[in-house]
Design a protein around this ligand. Sequence first.
Ligand SMILES: Nc1ncnc2c1ncn2[C@@H]1O[C@H](COP(=O)(O)OP(=O)(O)OP(=O)(O)O)[C@@H](O)[C@H]1O
Ligand SMILES: [Mg+2]
Length: 341
Amino acid sequence: MALLEVRDLRVSFDTDDGTVYAVQGMSFSVGAGQTLGIVGESGSGKSVTTQAIMGLAPGAKISGEAVLDGADLISMSEDELQRIRGRKVSLIFQDPLTSLHPLYRVGHQIAEVMETHGKVARKEAIRRAVDLLGRVGIPEPDKRVRDYPHQFSGGMRQRVMIAMALAYEPMLIIADEPTTALDVTVQAQILELLGRMQQDFGTAVILITHDLGVVADVADDVVIMYGGRPMERADVRSVFVEPHHPYTQGLLESIPSYSGRTGRLKPIQGYPPSLMRMIEQCPFAPRCAQVRDACRVAPPPLKPVGSSPGHLSACVLDANRVGLASEPDEAGRAVGAAEER
Ligand SMILES: Nc1ncnc2c1ncn2[C@@H]1O[C@H](COP(=O)(O)OP(=O)(O)OP(=O)(O)O)[C@@H](O)[C@H]1O
Ligand SMILES: [Mg+2]
């Protein structure tokens, strides 16, 4: 059973300029100890999705379900959500400086979490904070525990944030672009750390990123968002080996490491849609090279495609048509869908 199951999440904001339809029909699930990557371009609704679920989208109109460990977060009161955010779910953001208190020593901040949630005494909490800082790769943790956030580099601060997130012993960590501000080497180290901690603690992770390469390295499952909607959902291998949605295929072709293999690097032409009105068609239709009339009737729902179970695509194209640039064979079937039964 999934730890978190999100069904038909819709989020909109009423602003002075009109309504922003930020998320429409978002559905996904995350199993215990699993990593789900949420991928999409800037403005596709990745952050709003998790903010709405966790009660961190003030002023948002939210509908749908988000069942965590048997309880629906969408219908919870602010008090209940606050307890969930403390006990069951930890959040890690791009810039740890905004999440860490600048005037308290990091050891104090981590220890305070443990005192409140684990009900341990201060001395023991500090001892555990030192242990956690060591585990997330902070050198000389017994000394650094007394430092203030500004005394750490960006990468080290992100490690401190991960230590802090783990101090809650959460079932789920939501990491929103946790490494975007870091250089590539540090980025890799942080992601590896997150993976290792996840194994040690059995925590589920939702990793939000615009970088499919990052997802390829660390995620079990992926949901690709575009224009506030899920375009494709699958285990990570299927998304890379049998991408179905033209948007996913476009994203893959625009990654240098991936297109390096196929010898092409093609940015997707055009711009993402405005979310200032309800999109009544496939949001990718205006940019899609394979667009047809059916795409303009209504946003296509996610439906099963390809050869692996759980692979879903919100595209009207033939459900069994898989693979980058696969051509139909004489029988009209996609070459590459060899495992079809
Ligand atoms: N409080 C708000 N009021 C109005 N519109 C909002 C609000 N928060 C987000 N939005 C809009 O919702 C849409 C989705 O935003 P979101 O922050 O989820 O994008 P994102 O995929 O996380 O992008 P990025 O990669 O840049 O972080 C955007 O058009 C954004 O402007
Ligand atoms: Mg975001």
